[in-house]
Design a protein around this ligand. Sequence first.
Ligand SMILES: Cc1ncc(COP(=O)(O)O)c(C=O)c1O
Length: 348
Amino acid sequence: MNSPRSMLAAAPRVALGHWPTPLTRCDRLREAVGGPTVWLKRDDCSGLALGGNKTRKLEYLLGAALADGADGIITFGALQSNHARQTAAACARLGLTCDLILVRAVDRHDVHYVGSGNVLVDRLLGATLHVVDDGDGVLDALVAITSRAEAAGRTLVTVGPGGSDATGTLGYVDGALELWTQAGEAELDVARVVVAASTAGTAAGLALGSEVARGMGGAGPLGPASDTRLDVVCVYEPAATTAATFESLLDETAARLGCEVPHPSRASVTDDQLGDGYGVPTAAAQHAIDLLARTEGVLLDPVYTAKAFAHLLACIEHGELADDREVVFVHTGGAPGLFAYAPAFEVG
Ligand SMILES: Cc1ncc(COP(=O)(O)O)c(C=O)c1O
């Protein structure tokens, strides 16, 4: 019988990132806030046009698209989507055209949000941007792009928002195996893994990959402990909606790999840092950005990672995490968003 690991190895894949990304220890952060030692899994350093979590998903998504004969990719996101930027970079690398359908989903209209950050990088990478207001606009743009391509005899493949389907999720099954190998080599006893979630493929892949690592007796000398928990921190939709997406991605991806879904107690989905919603900064997230920048020289982003890190800081503050065990924060990237949100950081 095929093992999940051999099923993963057999999936079409194209090389896009620099692996393994570093796993680094935050000593100065610990001096500042106490609690357990926090380690950063630096997927913001994935090596593809300012990095981020989508690189791992795109290796499988574009591997499959190339196997299907694609000569171009269409994908979707909010105007400042990191997924769109990484897709544009991957397409540039692979010689594919890239159409980005970007929705004005956040109520920010200043020059920074509209023209800097990811939007600037998308343009530099040669993507074609279709900026629309809502779902109807997305559909209209999609129809226009696909009918033009059909008339020209081209093969465009559509990658869903966030790259979160059973194929993209494989990227983080692989990412989890990489993480547990590193954690094992460093002999870490990890109580908690923390990650931001919007379309939930990153979290689902991490949960499933941790289960695969457990089935292998741990990927290294220790691997995940029997009680290691994944905190899935919602930054896009409320916990109930995100949990439903997370669970269906777990089911679909587990079926594809022929493995069990993790027991529900192994992950906890929380929206304690969602604040006023997607893309709306919070005071706790701003604090997280300042703190990690000034203690570790590491940049979080205002939309995803800062909210997830604020959750971790709240857990430390509430004494939820044992001082003698470790925590891994999966840094999923997003730093171009800092420039898009420049006015939110103005002082004085
Ligand atoms: C920087 C960053 N972190 C986290 C996420 C969340 O990943 P996922 O969509 O897989 O939940 C995203 C996705 O948009 C992102 O851009």
